[in-house]
Design a protein around this ligand. Structure first.
Ligand SMILES: Cc1cc2nc3c(=O)[nH]c(=O)nc-3n(C[C@H](O)[C@H](O)[C@H](O)COP(=O)(O)O)c2cc1C
Length: 157
């Protein structure tokens, strides 16, 4: 079983979050494949049981590169309904587009028919960081990875 963590990051902040998300997946005993949006092939999607998307906030939305990658996933439309989805982002501020960015990423997962678990204990939609992640955000990123991995295990006994 594998979870793909795909992220864009121009100044490294989202990249630091992505590493922690992948660590959380591994901590739950699932293989994590960590790739930048430039490295990740869309053809990896049918081979994984979960995908977690990460992006900097650009004008309240994911970057164009992430959107292009998502658009390429139409190749597998209708064939990814068993995947668990998740999302995270880094923004320049607080309340400056983090939630709209995370929801845009999750929206694409939902259009694919993926399974998304919310979090009742805070960071309800996914994890956001202002700039580089601090200790708390790193911890929340690990938890996001673990939550996705645990659901993958439940769905693939
Ligand atoms: C083109 C552009 C648009 C941005 N738009 C927003 C925005 O709408 N809201 C915000 O909070 N930050 C915005 N930012 C700041 C980035 O989201 C922030 O610096 C982020 O931490 C960068 O992540 P990275 O280090 O992974 O590239 C923008 C930055 C750029 C370059």
């Amino acid at each position: 079983m594998k979870v793909l963590v795909v992220f864009d990051s121009h100044t490294g902040n989202t990249g630091l979050m992505a590493e922690a998300v992948a660590q959380g997946v591994r901590d739950s005993g699932i293989k994590a494949v960590l790739k930048t949006v430039d490295e990740a092939s869309i053809d990896e999607l049918p081979q994984v049981q979960g995908v977690i998307l990460g992006s900097p906030v650009y004008y309240g939305l994911p970057t164009g590169k992430i959107k292009t990658w998502i658009d390429e996933s139409v190749k597998y439309h209708g064939k990814l309904t068993h995947l668990v989805g998740g999302a995270f982002c880094s923004a320049g501020g607080i309340h400056t587009g983090s939630e709209t960015t995370i929801l845009a990423l999750l929206q694409a997962c939902l259009v694919h028919g993926m399974i998304i678990q919310g979090n009742p204990h805070g960071s309800h939609y996914g994890v956001a960081s202002k700039g580089a992640p601090g200790e708390k955000e790193i911890e929340n990123c690990k938890k996001l990875g673990s939550r996705v991995a645990e659901l993958v295990k439940k769905l693939n006994p």
